[in-house]
Design a protein around this ligand. Structure first.
Ligand code: ACO
Length: 311
């Protein structure tokens, strides 16, 4: 159990939107196929991780009412940093005027949950305030002539401010997993584009999401029917449906943004979380199940009790 609670949140999406109809002019595909097989209608492209992250991070800090010198650590989860070095977190740190440690973490699409669990450990170790950002610009590593992959991905950033509380614990249970034996089914070499064996990723994703969610709920001593809302990685609505069916959690309890964002990797869970918050779908005391999976294959889940900032 950990005692960091979310007190500020914000997202940023690049301006340029690519619809399924736009894509059908670039590759042999159609709006019907993409929607039916993935649930995606449009996605934002041409984003830069450092720029999107700085905008989202600044807005999250403003919402939390924190000045730059009050942040103890910046954690950026991304698979698409702007450069090999320095870490994109350092560029964002400078942009935001923070005076603290900053580092990138890569756990592919499970990155945000890995980052959340890591941030909580730092808080348990004594840090007071952490800025956690999940951000990816997958449009830059997609082969725009490969219809099997280019229709699925997009760009975005989501940021949360975590603050230590002496009240009730908020992170009740979590699970982090990786199965490196499946690394070859989804990868991107330096300078290359995403290579994916879609069917195999799909099959393993459902298993990984289900197992990770079950492990986190078991550790939190929470039953599926006690979960108020599921915030899953937004890769394919059919993966979410299949996983929730196995978990016996109804689809109405899910936060979905993939129809208008596509798969934004480390950004997808904070984008869906903030969307649910904006729509007042989360109230104090609610139990949130965040669950992600991605290249690696990595998977991660966390059960969080919603403990919002007091006005
Ligand atoms: N438009 C039209 N037809 C297409 C397209 C397209 N964009 N892409 C593939 N097809 C065709 C295929 O060529 C195939 O044709 P064929 O039957 O003549 O050979 C047919 O559609 C069916 O293709 P499948 O691959 O069997 O389609 P499937 O139902 O499996 O859906 C998809 C494909 C959407 C990629 C699915 O497998 C999937 O979502 N997999 C998981 C992907 C994923 O989640 N990746 C991200 C992981 S997270 C991370 O870390 C990045």
């Amino acid at each position: 159990m950990s005692y960091g609670r979310i007190t500020g949140w914000a997202v940023n999406l690049p301006e340029r939107v690519l619809t399924n109809d736009d894509l059908s002019k670039m590759v042999d595909t159609s709006d019907e196929w993409i929607k039916a097989r993935s649930g995606i209608s449009s996605r934002h492209v041409d984003g830069k991780v450092t720029e999107m992250s700085a905008v989202a991070g600044r807005a999250a800090m403003e919402m939390a009412g924190l000045a730059p010198d009050q942040i103890d650590l910046l954690l950026l989860t991304t698979t698409t940093p702007g450069q090999r070095l320095p870490a994109s977190a350092s560029v964002i740190q400078h942009e935001l005027g923070l005076s603290c440690g900053a580092m990138d973490m890569n756990a592919a699409c499970s990155g945000f949950v890995y980052g959340l669990v890591t941030a909580m450990q730092f808080m348990d170790g004594g840090m007071e305030r952490i800025l956690l950002i999940g951000s990816d610009a997958l449009s830059g590593i997609v082969d725009w002539t490969d219809r099997a992959t280019c229709v699925l991905f997009g760009d975005g950033a989501g940021a949360v401010v975590l603050e230590r509380t002496s009240g009730q614990p908020s992170l009740l249970g979590w699970d982090l997993m990786s199965d490196g034996s499946a690394a070859s089914i989804l990868y991107c070499d330096h300078g290359g584009t995403i290579v994916m064996h879609g069917k195999e990723v799909f099959r393993r994703a459902v298993m990984a999401m289900t197992n990770s969610a079950q492990n986190a709920m078991t550790r939190a001593e929470v039953a599926p029917d006690e979960i108020s809302i599921v915030v899953p990685h937004q890769a394919n609505v059919r993966i979410i449906e299949a996983s929730l069916k196995r978990l016996e959690i109804p689809m109405e309890k899910t936060a979905i943004v993939l129809d208008r964002t596509g798969n934004t990797s480390a950004a997808s869970i904070p984008l869906a979380l903030v969307d649910a918050l904006d729509k007042d779908r989360i109230t104090p005391g609610d139990l949130i199940l965040m669950v992600g999976f991605g290249a690696g294959m990595s998977s991660a889940a966390a059960v969080l009790r919603w403990d919002p900032p007091t006005a």
